[in-house]
Design a protein around this ligand. Structure first.
Ligand code: BYC
Length: 330
C-alpha cells in the first residue's frame, strides 16, 4: 500500500532538479498556495520530496529511539496500572514509527534505506532522546513536557501539504494527547505526595525543561530549512513560534503543580501576552545533535543490536511471503 512511489527511482538529485521547468515549479506552488494536498503519485519538485523524506524519516527514527528512555522504566513502574499505561504508550510510539516509515515510503525511499541511514548515523533523530531517565518522575516529565512539545509541533503537521504525512499525523496527535495527560498525571500525583516525591518531580523538571525547549530546533535565524518548508506548507509555524507557544501553555501548568521552572529570567510580559525566557544554550543542542549528548552512543548501539537480533524475523517474514506467493502462482 505504501510503496507506490518506489517506481519513481532516483536519478541523481542535481539531474532531477535541473530537469524541472519553471512552469512545473510554478504550477506546483499554486497548488500549495491553494491548500491542495499533494499525493504520492503527483508531480513534485525533487527538493520537496527530499525535504519530506528527511523530515518524515527523522520523525520516524525519533519515535523508535524514543521508546528506549521510557522502556527503561517498564519493569520498575510503581504500580500495575502505571506499568500498563507506560507499556501502552511505548507501544504507541512503535506504531507511530511504523506509520511514519509508511508515509516516507510513499515518496520512493524504502524503509530499509531509511533505517540504514539511522544506523549509519547519516540521519538524525530528536535530540531529546539522548538524555537519561534517572527516576520515575522522568516518566512524568517526558509525558508532560516532551509529549507536550511534540503535540505543539505536530498538530500543525496534520495540515502539512503532503497528504500521507498529514493523515498519519492525525492519529499520532490523538495518541500524543493521551501521552501528555498521563505524564501530567504522574507529575500531579508526585506533587501531591510526600516532600521527597515532590522533590523528585522538581528534579525531573529541572533536568527536562531546557532539553524540551530545544526540541523545537535551532532559532529561526539559524534554521536552514524553515523558510522553504514554510513556503511549501510542510511547516506551518517557525521553530521559535512553536517554542513560544509551548512555553506559554506550560508555565501555568508548572505553577498549578507548585513546581518552579528552572529559568531565572522567566517572566510574563503583559504587553506581548507572552512569557519572556532566558537564553538557550545552543552549544548544548549542537553537541547533542552532533552525537555527543549523554546517551547518543548507547541509544544507537541498542538500536543496532535490536536490528541485528531481529534479522531472523525479517528473513522468516520474507520466506513466508515468498512461499505464499509461489503457492498462489501455482
Ligand atoms: N534534534 O533547519 P532546521 C516525539 C536538525 S518525536 C535533532 O530547523 P527543520 C516523541 C534538523 O533536522 C520528536 N536534530 O530543520 C516520540 C536539521 O538537520 P538536517 C520528533 C534537530 O527540519 C516518542 C538541522 O537541525 N519530532 O515527539 O526545518 C515519545 C537544522 O534545523 C533538532 C519531529 O521529528 C532536534 N531537536 O526543523 C515522545 C517532528 N532540531 O536534517 C515524543 C517533525 C533541528 O538538515 N520534524 N534539528 O540534517 C520537524 O518538525 C522539524 O524537522 C524540526 C526541525 C522542527 C524538528
Amino acid at each position: 500500500m505504501y510503496t507506490q512511489g518506489l517506481d519513481q527511482k532516483e536519478q541523481s538529485s542535481d539531474k532531477r532538479d535541473a530537469l524541472e521547468s519553471a512552469a512545473d515549479l510554478e504550477a506546483f506552488q499554486k497548488r500549495i498556495d491553494a491548500e491542495q494536498k499533494i499525493e504520492a503519485k503527483d508531480w513534485m519538485p525533487a527538493a520537496y520530496r527530499r525535504t519530506l523524506v528527511r523530515q518524515i524519516s527523522q520523525h520516524a527514527h525519533s519515535e523508535i529511539i524514543g521508546m528506549q528512555p521510557e522502556g527503561n522504566w517498564l519493569t520498575r513502574a510503581p504500580t500495575l496500572k502505571r506499568k500498563a499505561i507506560l507499556l501502552a504508550k511505548v507501544q504507541d510510539e512503535a506504531g507511530h514509527g511504523l506509520y511514519l516509515y509508511g508515509a516516507g515510503e510513499t515518496l520512493g525511499t524504502s524503509r530499509d534505506e531509511m533505517i540504514a541511514d539511522l544506523l549509519s548515523g547519516k540521519a538524525k533523530y530528536s535530540s531529546i532522546f539522548n538524555y537519561p531517565t534517572l527516576t520515575w518522575a522522568d516518566m512524568g516529565a517526558i509525558g508532560w513536557l516532551v509529549d507536550g512539545a511534540a503535540i505543539m509541533n505536530q498538530i500543525p503537521l496534520c495540515r502539512c501539504s503532503y497528504g500521507p504525512y498529514a493523515r498519519a499525523m492525525v492519529r499520532i496527535c490523538k495518541e500524543e494527547s493521551f501521552h501528555q495527560r498521563q505524564g501530567f498525571d504522574i507529575m500531579r500525583e508526585l506533587c501531591r505526595g510526600t516532600d521527597e516525591q515532590k522533590a523528585m518531580a522538581q528534579d525531573a523538571l529541572n533536568r527536562w525543561w531546557w532539553p524540551s525547549i530545544m526540541m523545537f530546533g535551532p532559532s529561526d535565524k539559524d534554521s536552514k530549512h524553515s523558510a522553504q518548508s514554510m513556503a511549501w506548507k510542510i511547516k506551518r509555524f517557525s521553530n521559535d513560534e512553536l517554542r513560544q507557544k509551548f512555553i506559554d501553555v506550560t508555565v501555568p501548568q508548572a505553577d498549578f503543580l507548585g513546581l518552579r521552572v528552572p529559568d531565572d529570567d522567566l517572566a510574563f510580559d503583559d504587553e506581548t501576552g507572552h512569557y519572556r525566557f532566558g537564553a538557550i544554550d545552543w552549544s548544548e543542542l549542537n553537541d547533542v545533535i552532533a552525537g555527543n549528548g549523554p546517551c547518543n552512543k548507547q541509544r544507537i548501539a541498542k538500536r543496532r543490536k535490536a536490528h541485528d537480533d531481529g534479522a531472523w524475523v525479517r528473513e522468516a517474514a520474507i520466506a513466508y511471503g515468498e512461499k505464499h506467493a509461489t503457492k498462489a502462482a501455482a
